[in-house]
Design a protein around this ligand. Sequence first.
Ligand code: SDX
Length: 382
Amino acid sequence: MAEEIEIKEGLQGVYIAKSEICKVDGQEGKLYYRGYKIEDLANYSSYEEVCYLLLYGKLPNSKELADFNKKMKEERVIPENTKDIIRKFSKDSQTLDVLRTAMSSLSADDSKPYSEDENENIEKAIKIITKTATIAAAIGRIKEGKEILEPDNSLNHSANFLYMLTGEKPDKDSEKLMDVMFILHAEHSSNASTFATLVACSTLADIYAGVTAGVAALKGPLHGGADEAAVKMMMEIGNPDNTENYIEEALAGKKKIMGFGHRVYKTYDPRARILKSYLDKIKGNSNEEINALIEISLRAEKMMIEKLGKSHGIWPNVDFFSGPLYMHLNIKPELFDTVFASSRTVGWCSHVIEYWRNNKLFRPLEEFIGKIDLEYLPIDKR
Ligand code: SDX
């Protein structure tokens, strides 16, 4: 009897593994990293502490955090050949392509890229996480025709990132906002880029190959590219009074409004709620362009929720409000996805380390619907 075949497009609703890293409650709009509410982590934690939590599965005590911070600072510097790649490719390439290439080169600096030892892989993860932030900042500098800056180890991860990108040490509010952006983008269960990372590492490819697969998957506007696409839409709207008409026409033309909708959240993305609260904090002390983008985002949000929220389960996601906030931090739209990738390295690495404890090669099936046993005709007979 022919086997009953059910295609799950996009693996919608399919569970691929058990995990203790991240719970995404799509119905209630709740998010937990290792059991801690994302709101508590955004309010009280730091990106360094969240990296420790995701990698080791528990919050560090003060000595553990001090040792971890020291390790991250020691690993910030990137190899000269990685800088050469960034200088060579940045001018004409998209920033995430440069990041993917530069990140991939980090394995050349590791005499043993693949390891079965969990502690060795956590060391590799720390290298990847902290060096990727340096790479992201370096790409931003070269894109602006400026020289790459060396890390300043008197600063924490987020402040140092902004310093390496802008050349200025950020004020406390900017440092906190950057840290919240890094925390909110750090991890999100089996999203497309994490899944790509797991597929690569399920073949026992090394962790560098895995995160390179993750960066590649993150690039699309349906995933990590949405924050740039959303802010470009806001820039296209230009005048806040054009917002409603723009959204109306876009929806009528069956266009997707970037920054809304989610495969799992069928209510407000809790990360978007946190980011929206920061819009209020920066409003008024940003420039005119950003203040206009903020007003446009709030009017677009109101209209989209009225039109597609309750009725279709399409709500703001993490990417919608990120744009004005990144721009307030002097991060240009072309660099948004690269900053996202830099933050998400900890999520990718944490899932690989957990998955390798009970590794199983990913090899799904396709239902073949083509023809078979065709006669092979010589070319002069075709
Ligand atoms: C991230 O998975 C993660 O966790 C990802 C992420 C993470 O932290 O890793 O949370 C980060 O990627 C957030 C999502 C960023 N992407 C966007 O904002 C792009 C815009 N959103 C859509 O493309 C869409 O909502 C997806 C891709 C995010 C989810 O799409 P699904 O689950 O595959 O659903 P679908 O595309 O099949 O949409 C279902 C219906 C369709 O209408 P019909 O064809 O059935 O009539 O909803 C409509 C869609 O057209 N729809 C939208 C919409 N999103 C879905 N209509 C207008 N605007 C939108 N944004």
